[in-house]
Design a protein around this ligand. Structure first.
Ligand code: ADP
Ligand code: MG
Length: 695
C-alpha cells in the first residue's frame, strides 16, 4: 500500500485546475503514459531557466539579451500584406517596437491601449538601429510585475504544449507537494550540502537563481541521488530475495536443443555456444540464475535465449520471453516459432492485443502446461496469467524495463531463473552499479559472414544527391530506413519532422514509401513495419521508434537525418538495423553544418568502428560535451533524473548506502526504514516493497 502522504502526487494531472482532456493529451505523450499524473510532471525537470528580474533602462539594454522593460504605448501599426503587426512604445527618449506575426488588431488593442504603461519581458534585438522585441514572452501592467520579475524555468516541451501552459501547470502541481520525512542520513546530507527532497524539487520548478536548475545543481543532484538510492535498494532487495530462495534444478537431455540446432540455417558462433553453456550450467544447478546476456545489436542473442528455453522445456517445465514493445514481441515470436515448432515446442504469444475468448483459451493452456514457451510484452506478468511451472524468464530489456518488472515476471513461478538481455554494451565498470550483482555472459563477436557497414557522413546540403542514390538503390530492390529525429522541444523548428520528410519522399517515390512514428497506434505501427518487412514499401521513414531490435535482414541502407543531434549509443543502435543479412550495407549520416567538436568526434567514431564496446566507452567519455537531442537520452537508461555525467559518482555512494541500510534493517522496519519505503513508492519501486512484506 502506498503511504497516504504520497497520494496527492499520484493523482491524475486532470485534478489540477486548468487541465482537461485536451491538455492532458500532450502531457501524456511527453511522459509516455495515457493518464499523466502529478508526479510525472514534478519529475519532468526544467533544463534551464531565464532570469527576468533585470529591469534596465532601455538606453542601457545590450541587444540580444532577455530583459524586462517598462514602456509607454504610443501607437499601433497594423502590418500590410505579409508585414508583421507593430506596436510602437517608448521609454524616455528611446523607442521600442513590439512585433507580432499573428495577432488580431482587437487583441493587440486590448493588450496595449495607447498611453498605457506596460511591462514587457523578452529578447530585445536591434533592427534598423531600432530596438525591438518580437513576441514578448510576458506582458502585464504594474499589478502583474511580481509574477513577471522571476527566474523562470524552461522545460522540454512537445507539440501542442505551450511554454506558458507547462509553467502554470507545473506551478499548480508543485502546490500539491508535501514535505516528506527525511530518508537520508543527516551526516551524508551535510557532507554533500543536500537540501531536503521537497525543497530540492521546489527549487527546480520555482528556481531562485538560474544555477538552481543547472546540470551541476546540488538540488538536482539531491533528487538524482534519491532516484539512484531507490534503484539500488530495489536491486539489493531483489538480489537478497533471489539468492535466498534456493534454485530448482532443470535437467535437460539436449534432445530439443539438438532439433533446434538442426533446424538453424547457420551454425552457432563460439560466443553463442559459450553463453549457452554458461546458462545451462546455471539452469541445471541448485543455484538460482540471475544473469545478464550482453551483446551488441545483431550479435544473435535470440537463439541463445531459445536454447535456454529449450533446456527447461526438456525438463518438463515452461519458459517465457518478454520484450519491451508489441513490435518486438511479435518479431521474437515470428523468428522463434518456426524453430520451436521444428523441435516440437508449443509456443504462443500474449500481448495487450490478445483479448476475449482467444486470450482465455491461451491462459487455460498455459495453466495446464500445454504451452511450453510464451512470448509477449509486459502483458505476461499481469494478473490472471498463471503458468503451470515457469522455470525461466527471459527479459529482452533493451534498457526499457526497470528492475520491478523483471521481478514481477520472476514471481510467476517458484524460484524462476532470470536471464536479462541487453543490447547496450555497458562498460564493465558500470555493469555492477547499474544492474547490481549479476553474472554476465557476453556475445562479443558477431556471427560470421557479415560484411562491414560502409558508414559515410554527408552534409544535409547534399540531400539531393542522397535522394538520387536512394532512387538507384530501390530500383535494384534495396530497402531503406530513413530516420528523422523526434521533436522534443517545439522551439527546434528547424528539425525535419518525419511527416514532412515522408511527404517529400512520397512525391519522389510514391507508394514505395512508408511511415512509422511514435504517435501511431500499435496496430498502425505494426502494419507499417510489416509492409516494409514484406517489401511492399522500400523506404521506411521513421522517428526513432525503430531504434529497438526490429529485424528486417533485407534492409541495407540506413539514412539518419540530423545525425549530429544523436548520441553515440543511439547512432550505433540505429546503424545496427542494417548489415543483418549478407548484402553490403550502407549507413549515411546526414548532418547540419557547422558541427560542434563533440558532434564531430561522434560522427568520426561512427565512421571508424562498429565495435559496440568501443563505442560505449567513447560514448561515456563524450557524454556531457555538446548537445545531444533531447534531455532524456543523455540520462541513465531507465532513469528520469539521474544522468551519468553529472551523477555517475553518486551511483557508487547509493550502492554502498543501500547495502548498509539493508544490512542493518533488512525489513525496513525501523523509523528510517519506514521513510525509505516512502522513497521506494515515490520512485515506483513498490514491487520491492511488496517483496519485503512477503517476508
Ligand atoms: P540480437 O542480438 O540483436 O537480438 P538477433 O538474435 O536478432 O540479434 O540476431 C540477428 C540476426 O542474426 C538474426 O537474423 C539471426 O537469425 C542471425 N544469426 C544469429 N546467430 C547467427 C549465427 N551464428 N550465424 C549467422 N546468423 C546468425
Ligand atoms: Mg534481439
Amino acid at each position: 500500500m502506498r503511504p497516504a502522504i504520497l497520494n496527492p502526487l499520484f493523482a491524475s494531472l486532470k485534478t489540477l485546475k486548468g487541465v482537461g482532456d485536451k491538455i492532458a493529451k500532450p502531457f501524456g505523450r511527453l511522459f509516455g503514459r495515457e493518464e499523466p499524473r502529478i508526479i510525472d510532471l514534478l519529475f519532468h525537470l526544467p533544463y534551464s531557466a531565464i532570469d527576468r528580474r533585470s529591469m534596465p533602462k532601455l538606453s542601457e539594454v545590450v541587444p540580444d539579451t532577455i530583459v524586462t522593460l517598462e514602456v509607454t504605448v504610443d501607437r499601433h501599426v497594423p502590418g500590410r500584406g505579409r508585414a508583421p503587426y507593430k506596436i510602437r512604445t517608448h521609454q524616455g527618449m528611446q523607442t521600442l517596437d513590439l512585433v507580432y506575426f499573428h495577432i488580431s488588431p482587437e487583441r493587440a488593442e486590448k493588450m496595449f491601449p495607447a498611453g498605457a504603461t506596460r511591462y514587457v519581458s523578452g529578447l530585445v534585438s536591434m533592427y534598423d538601429s531600432h530596438f525591438q522585441m518580437t513576441h514578448p514572452d510576458r506582458v502585464g501592467s504594474e499589478k502583474d510585475l511580481p509574477e513577471i520579475l522571476t527566474v523562470e524555468p524552461v522545460y522540454p516541451l512537445t507539440e501542442g504544449l505551450a511554454t506558458g501552459t507547462m509553467r502554470r501547470t507545473a506551478a499548480n502541481a508543485l502546490a500539491k507537494l508535501p514535505d516528506l520525512p527525511e530518508w537520508c542520513d543527516p551526516s551524508f546530507l551535510a557532507q554533500k550540502k543536500f537540501a531536503p527532497f521537497s525543497t530540492a524539487l521546489r527549487r527546480m520548478h520555482a528556481p531562485e537563481e538560474v544555477v538552481d536548475v543547472a546540470p551541476e545543481s546540488p538540488f538536482r543532484a539531491r533528487l538524482a541521488y534519491d532516484e539512484l538510492l531507490s534503484h539500488q535498494l530495489a536491486l539489493a532487495l531483489l538480489r537478497t530475495r533471489i539468492r535466498r530462495d534456493k534454485g530448482r534444478k532443470s535437467i535437460g537431455d539436449g534432445r530439443l536443443r539438438a532439433k533446434i540446432e538442426a533446424a538453424l540455417t547457420f551454425s552457432l558462433t563460439g560466443a553463442q555456444k559459450a553463453a549457452i553453456q554458461e546458462i545451462i550450467r546455471d539452469l541445471s544447478s541448485e543455484h538460482r540464475m540471475l544473469r545478464l546476456l550482453q551483446g551488441d545489436v545483431g550479435s544473435g542473442k535470440t537463439v541463445v535465449a531459445l536454447m535456454a528455453a529449450a533446456h527447461v522445456i526438456e525438463a518438463g517445465r515452461q519458459a517465457a520471453i518478454m520484450a519491451p514493445t508489441e513490435i518486438l514481441a511479435r518479431q521474437h515470436y515470428d523468428r522463434i516459432a518456426p524453430l520451436a515448432k521444428a523441435a516440437g515446442i508449443r509456443i504462443s504469444i500474449l500481448t495487450g492485443r490478445e483479448r476475449g475468448r482467444d486470450r482465455e483459451a491461451l491462459l487455460e493452456q498455459l495453466a495446464a502446461g500445454e504451452i511450453h514457451l510464451l512470448v509477449g510484452t509486459h502483458a505476461l506478468f499481469q494478473e490472471g496469467v498463471e503458468f503451470k511451472d515457469l522455470a525461466l524468464a527471459v527479459v529482452d530489456e533493451q534498457h526499457r524495463f526497470g528492475v520491478h518488472q523483471r521481478l514481477a515476471l520472476a514471481q510467476k513461478g517458484e524460484a524462476v531463473d532470470l536471464l536479462v538481455m541487453t543490447a547496450t554494451p555497458i562498460p564493465r565498470t558500470l555493469v555492477l552499479t547499474y544492474f547490481g550483482d549479476m553474472d554476465v555472459s557476453e556475445l562479443r563477436s558477431k556471427p560470421a559472414g557479415r560484411q562491414p557497414i560502409d558508414t559515410r557522413t554527408i552534409s544535409l546540403g547534399r540531400i539531393e544527391e542522397v535522394v538520387e542514390a536512394i532512387g538507384r538503390g530501390i530500383q535494384s530492390g534495396a530497402r531503406v530506413y530513413w530516420i528523422c529525429p523526434l521533436i522534443e522541444e517545439s522551439e527546434l523548428v528547424d528539425l525535419a519532422a518525419a511527416e514532412e520528410r515522408y511527404a517529400f519522399l512520397k512525391e519522389r517515390f510514391g507508394k514505395k514509401v512508408g511511415l512509422v512514428h511514435g504517435r501511431m497506434r500499435p496496430t498502425e505501427k505494426d502494419a507499417a513495419m510489416e509492409k516494409f518487412a514484406r517489401g511492399e514499401t522500400q523506404i521506411l521513414v521513421s522517428t526513432t521508434v525503430v531504434e529497438v531490435g526490429v529485424d528486417v535482414p533485407e534492409a541495407t541502407i540506413m539514412v539518419i537525418e540530423h545525425a549530429e543531434r544523436f548520441g553515440l549509443a543511439q547512432l550505433h543502435q540505429l546503424r545496427g538495423r542494417v548489415g543483418r543479412g549478407s548484402g553490403q550495407s550502407t549507413c549515411l549520416l546526414l548532418y547540419k553544418t557547422p558541427l560542434g567538436e563533440a558532434a564531430k568526434r561522434r560522427l568520426s567514431t561512427m565512421r571508424e568502428t562498429e565495435d559496440g564496446f568501443r563505442i560505449a566507452e567513447e560514448d561515456l567519455a563524450l557524454r556531457g560535451e555538446g548537445e545531444v537531442l533531447g534531455t532524456r537520452q543523455s540520462g541513465l537508461p531507465g532513469f528520469k533524473i539521474a544522468n551519468h555525467e553529472q551523477h555517475g559518482a553518486l551511483l557508487e555512494a547509493a550502492r554502498k548506502d543501500a547495502a548498509l541500510i539493508l544490512m542493518r534493517d533488512p525489513a525496513l522496519a525501523t523509523e528510517r526504514g519506514r521513510t525509505l519505503r516512502i522513497l521506494l513508492h515515490l520512485f515506483e519501486r513498490e514491487d520491492a516493497v511488496r517483496l519485503i512484506e512477503a517476508g
